[in-house]
Structures are given as structure tokens and as C-alpha cells.
Design a protein around this ligand. Structure first.
Ligand code: ADP
Length: 634
């Protein structure tokens, strides 16, 4: 931020991302311009919530004015709209930080990724969270005057900007605590200078706001509309979640979501319930329609808000939701917790633990219903949040089977990522005599789909799950079985197809293993430390060789993932399996002079085929070229 100052007034530049956001927002959200009021009222409501909470510990913050409200006014002559609150207010530093920068990590990357068309897409910008800056959709100048609760009147701060590149900031007197935002409307926004219009926008978007939103009463006198010196409350001003489900319209649920979820889009689904019993609480939990761009950062959470008897206590109360459900938004309002709970207390509270259990099973139940009754909607959910939900397999022991039932995975059944299967689908399709769920992990879908390890499974028509998300390794290392069926990697251990192979096949394998004993020993001697063992395979039909690891060893894919993340993976010695029917292998039986080169190439290409990296690629290339030259010469 650059700055120049004259006495008390300073001019500062917006953070580059803010400039970009302002530009994009004004254009892409113009057709939705009314939402600016919702956003500013939402902020005012949050500020009131924060004050009420801080005042629990320090009643003097109320400054003898504990009736929290939000006021909306307009002035036709000055062409301004004013939104004011008597909430927590902001200090000078807070104003600079909150109204001059964007705190979210990854913002710059997010903008850099947007293509020209995406920049015009309101939903994408909305996904980012619109907030305060939306004021500039309708205003060409915004003046914010604010004072933090508990400070003296001289600690008021005035922030002003035309939304181009800079803002000014100065200290001013402000008797009343809280924030007043004056919007100097753009030339074409005169229709907003109308009490009827403003009331209808407020009722449409902000009816659910807990605090009263007041406006001056208006009347007609001599054919002219005049403001009376009397206030009226425009919204219902009751906590939405305390109302009976039957009385709440869908639209109200949706608007409330946009407020609590800081989201521009409608939610995908929600669940609203009152829990009675040992713990009494109300939950109103939402599944968003789209993952926010910073979803993958496990530390950013804007999850569930905690209220105690309708008093806001805290944002992102992480104790209320397990991490793998961090996409859930909404509120929990407890009837039993003390008003002075802190994060520290929450961490150890048994009550919170039981609330978290209740919320978790509500959300999982909602997802199960969706999966059962609306597969298309569930597909949308899975595309957005599936990878996060997968983390739950290892995190939530008690709900593991339930979460496993919600998984949707690619498989050889459809051989595409567009069509995924559930484990229950898989089991229903198992072959006669099949008692295991087979999977392969790889670092891309194509590597999984084309892996040589699948050859025998494809030949026998046995379905294999194709796992290529990073988190999948974590899933399979924590999910040993589902509905009593063991999950087995096709690239690990000796392949035991059990009843899927007949006696004749087993007999043949034994004979072949004997016939090739000399060769496998010779290759092992040649490759020496690079392999643990060389043996005949019955996994392959087309490829000459593949690598497998022992059953209890780390999969090669996981070892590669760890390595690429800069972590130490134990040095593993794979087992080389060779295909006794392949011409290259047969040829090796008679090879003398170049045996070591052939063996090395066999090993290296098996490593490449499963997505591995060669230790010494140059030698591999040299050997292959030599062998090719020899072949063409003979
Ligand atoms: P968001 O609300 O999504 O964090 P905004 O850009 O709307 O983003 O606001 C940024 C921050 O500015 C808020 O988080 C809040 O701390 C502060 N803020 C905005 N409006 C007010 C207000 N009326 N009173 C107090 N603080 C406010």
C-alpha cells in the first residue's frame, strides 16, 4: 500500500486484489445490483452480534444503549443512501485492514485463474464473497464513519473512496458507536431513493436478520411523500431458526443461508432441527452448492456459527463440525451452554462433543437421503465436496461405514470419471465367487485406467475401482473393508483370485513357475538390490512385466506422493513379476550376451508403466536404442 498524508487525512492505495475485485464486481454483478443492501445489512448484523457477545464480558461497551438496530435512510436531494448500525464499530487499523485489503489466502491466484468469460460470471465472483465492496455497484463514492465500542468520541474514523484505486482515511469525532455507511449513488440509481423500493428489497433479502432494521415512517401529504419523525421496523427481526419449520418459506431459508454462509449462490440442501433431551439445541445446517476457492486449505473455515440462547458466540466454531465436514455452513443455537463459553472451554466440553455428534449425524443423514432420493443432486455435491468428505474415512472412526457408503468412485465398470459407482453398487455387481473389492491407486485417472495390473481383471470381467485422488491413498489405508468385504489393491501382494480362478488355471501357474524358475532367478541376480524378488505373474495378459509391493508395504503411488511432497518415504524394494507368455520374456530365456540390458529395460519399463520415475533415465534410453538397433540389424 502506498500512502501520502496531509495532517490527519491520509490517502492509501487498495491492495491490488481489491482493485481487481472492485472492477469485476461492478460489471459482473450489475444485473443483481440490489444485493449490495443485503451485504451491507449482513455486515451490520454481524457487527451487532459481535458487540452483544463482547458485552457479555464487558457491559460498558453498550454505552447505555443496548438496543441494537440497523437503520436505513435516504436523502433525495443529496442522492445518498445511509446504512448505519450501533454494533461493534472499527478502529483505524481495522478499517484499513477490512476495507483496504482482502484477507483470504489464495485470492491473487483465484483472480489470476479467471478467464475473461469467467470474470463476467456473477456466480464465480459471488463465490468469492461479495461483502462490503458491493457498495460500489450502485455508488460512485462511499463514505464510512465508524467508531469502535468502548473508545472515546474522538476515536472516530472516516474512510472514503470512489472505488477506483485509493481511499482516504482520517480521524473524526463520532459520538455514537458503530458504523455509518453513506452511499453516493451513481447517476442511474435514482430509483433506489424510494422508501417503498428499499422496504421491498429489505423484506426480500434481509427479513431474517435478527436485529430490527428500521426506517422512518412515510406518508403522503398533498400528493407528496414525506418522512415522519417516527420509526418502523421493516423486517420480522426474529431469529429464523427459532421459528417453526412449517412457517418458514424456502426463500427465507435460502436468504438466510446467503447471510450466514457469506455466499452469493443458493444452497444445495439444508436441515433444520430442534434437538431435545440431555442437550437442547437447534441446528440449521446448509450444504453449499459450490466449494469456495479456498476449500482445500484445511485451515480456512467459515463453518458453523455458535449461538447460545440466540446470542451470537462465535464464528467457525470448529468444535461443532469435524474437519471433513468443513464445507457445512449454518448455525447451532444451544439452550444449555453458558454465555461466557470460550474456544478453550469448547475444546473440552462434553456438551459440545455431543452437539458435534448430533450435527455430524444430521449432515450424514441429509447426504444419505440425497444420495438415495436425488442421485443427480448428490452427484453435484460429490463433485464439489467428495474429496473433502473422503477425509472422514480416516478421521471419524464411528461413522466410517456410513461415510464409505457415501463414496462415489471411478471404476472399470464405466472407465470414465464422469460416471462413478458406490461401494454398494460394486458389491451388487461382484462375480460369482468374488469376495473382495479390488482397487488400484495411481496419480492420474489415465494411469490407473491403463495400468498393466488390471489386465487379468479386464480379461475376467472383474470390476476394479480406479482411484486417483491424492486423498484416496488415505482412504484405502483406513478402509479395510465395507459390508464385510475386504478392500484389496491389485498392485500389492501375491494375487489371490480365490474362487475366481479354476483348478486348471492354478495347476498351470504352478507348472509355468517351475519352467521359468531358472529365468526368474537369473533376472533377480542381474537386477540384484533393485528388486526384492522376481516371479511369474498371472496378472498380465499383454504387458511383459509389472511391479508389485508386498501386502503390508506402502504402495508405490503413496511413496511417490510423499516424495513429491518433500517427505521421506521408506525405500521400497518392489517385486518384479514377468509374463511368461510375452515374446520379450520368452526371448530372454535364450538371451546370453545382452541379458543384463534386457533385464534392466524390463524393470524400467514396468516402473514407467505404473507412473514411476527412473533413477537413471539416460541409461534406459541408451539401452533401448541399442536394443532397437540390434533388432533392426538382425
Ligand atoms: P466479510 O464480511 O465477508 O468478511 P466484507 O468485505 O463484507 O467481508 O467485510 C470485511 C470486514 O469488515 C468484516 O469482516 C468486518 O470485520 C468489517 N466490517 C464490515 N462492515 C462492518 C460494520 N458495519 N461494522 C463493523 N465491521 C464491519
Amino acid at each position: 500500500m502506498s500512502n501520502t498524508s496531509t495532517q490527519n487525512r491520509e490517502t492509501m492505495g487498495f491492495q491490488a486484489e481489491v482493485k481487481q475485485l472492485l472492477q469485476l464486481m461492478i460489471h459482473s454483478l450489475y444485473s443483481n445490483r440490489e444485493i449490495f443492501l443485503r451485504e451491507l445489512i449482513s455486515n451490520a448484523a454481524d457487527a451487532s452480534d459481535k458487540l452483544r457477545f463482547e458485552a457479555l464480558h464487558n457491559a460498558s461497551l453498550f454505552e447505555n444503549d443496548s438496543e441494537l438496530k440497523i437503520r436505513i435512510g435516504y436523502d433525495k436531494t443529496a442522492r445518498t443512501l445511509t446504512i448505519s448500525d450501533n454494533g461493534i464499530g472499527m478502529s483505524r487499523d481495522e478499517v484499513i485492514n477490512n476495507l483496504g485489503t482482502i484477507a483470504k489466502s489464495g485470492t491473487r491466484e483465484f483472480f489470476a485463474r479467471l478467464s475473461g468469460d469467467q470474470q463476467k460470471d456473477a456466480n464465480l465472483i459471488g463465490q468469492f464473497g461479495v461483502g462490503f465492496y458491493s457498495a460500489f455497484i450502485v455508488a460512485d463514492k462511499v463514505t464510512v464513519t465508524t467508531r469502535r465500542a468502548g473508545e472515546s468520541a474522538s476515536q472516530g474514523v472516516r474512510w472514503e473512496s470512489d472505488g477506483a484505486g485509493e481511499f482516504s482515511i482520517e480521524m473524526v469525532e463520532k459520538a455514537a458507536r458503530g458504523t455509518e455507511i453513506v452511499l453516493h449513488l451513481r447517476a442511474d440509481q435514482d430509483d433506489l431513493l424510494n422508501g417503498y423500493k428499499l422496504r421491498s428489497i429489505i423484506r426480500k433479502y434481509s427479513d431474517h436478520i435478527l436485529q430490527p432494521i428500521v426506517m422512518k415512517k412515510e406518508d403522503w401529504k398533498d400528493g407528496e411523500q414525506v418522512m415522519l419523525d417516527e420509526d418502523e421496523t421493516v423486517n420480522q427481526a426474529v431469529a429464523l431458526w427459532t421459528r417453526s419449520k412449517n412457517d418458514i418459506k424456502e426463500e427465507e431459508y435460502k436468504e438466510f443461508y446467503k447471510h450466514v454462509g457469506h455466499d452469493f449462490q443458493e444452497p444445495l440442501a439444508w436441515v433444520h432441527a430442534r434437538v431435545e433431551g440431555r442437550q437442547e439445541y437447534t441446528q440449521l445446517l446448509y450444504i453449499p452448492a459450490r466449494a469456495p476457492f479456498d476449500m482445500w486449505d484445511r485451515d480456512t473455515m467459515h463453518g458453523v456459527k455458535l449461538y447460545v440462547r440466540r446470542v451470537f458466540i462465535m464464528d467457525d466454531a470448529e468444535q461443532l463440525m469435524p474437519r471433513y465436514l468443513r464445507f457445512v455452513r449454518g448455525i447451532v443455537d444451544s439452550a444449555d451452554l453458558p454465555l461466557n463459553v470460550s474456544r478453550e472451554i469448547l475444546q473440552e466440553s462434553k456438551d459440545i462433543e455431543s452437539i458435534r455428534k448430533g450435527c455430524t449425524s444430521k449432515v450424514l443423514g441429509l447426504l444419505e437421503d440425497m444420495a438415495k432420493n436425488d442421485a443427480e443432486k448428490y452427484g453435484k455435491f460429490w463433485t464439489e465436496f467428495g474429496r473433502v468428505l473422503k477425509e472422514g474415512i480416516g478421521e471419524d472412526f464411528a461413522n466410517k461405514e456410513k461415510i464409505a457408503g457415501l463414496l462415489r468412485l471411478a471404476s472399470t465398470h464405466a472407465d470414465t470419471t464422469d460416471e462413478t459407482v458406490s461401494l454398494a453398487d460394486y458389491i451388487a455387481r461382484m462375480k460369482d465367487g468374488q469376495d473382495k473389492i479390488y482397487y488400484i491407486t495411481a496419480d492420474s485417472f489415465n494411469a490407473a485406467k491403463n495400468s498393466p495390473h488390471l489386465e487379468v481383471f479386464r480379461k475376467k470381467g472383474i470390476e476394479v475401482l480406479l482411484l486417483s485422488d491424492r486423498v484416496d491413498e488415505w482412504v484405502v489405508s483406513n478402509l479395510q473393508e465395507f459390508q464385510g468385504k475386504q478392500l484389496v489393491s491389485v498392485a500389492k501382494g501375491g494375487l489371490d483370485l480365490g474362487k475366481l480362478e479354476d483348478e486348471a488355471e492354478k495347476k498351470e501357474q504352478e507348472t509355468v513357475a517351475n519352467d521359468f524358475k531358472d529365468l526368474t532367478e537369473k533376472i533377480k541376480a542381474s537386477l540384484s538390490e533393485r528388486v526384492k524378488e522376481v516371479r511369474i505373474t498371472h496378472r498380465l495378459t499383454d504387458s511383459p512385466a509389472c511391479l508389485v509391493v508386498d501386502e503390508h508395504e506402502m504402495s508405490a503411488n503413496l511413496a511417490r506422493l510423499l516424495k513429491s511432497a518433500g517427505q521421506n518415504a521408506p525405500k521400497s524394494q518392489p517385486i518384479l513379476e514377468i509374463n511368461p507368455k510375452h515374446p520379450v520374456v520368452l526371448r530372454l530365456k535364450t538371451e546370453e550376451k545382452k541379458f543384463d540390458d534386457w533385464a534392466a529395460v524390463l524393470f524400467d519399463q514396468a516402473l514407467l508403466a505404473e507412473g514411476g520415475q527412473l533413477d537413471d533415465p539416460a541409461s534406459f534410453v541408451k539401452r533401448v536404442n541399442q536394443l532397437m538397433l540390434e533388432m533392426s540389424a538382425s
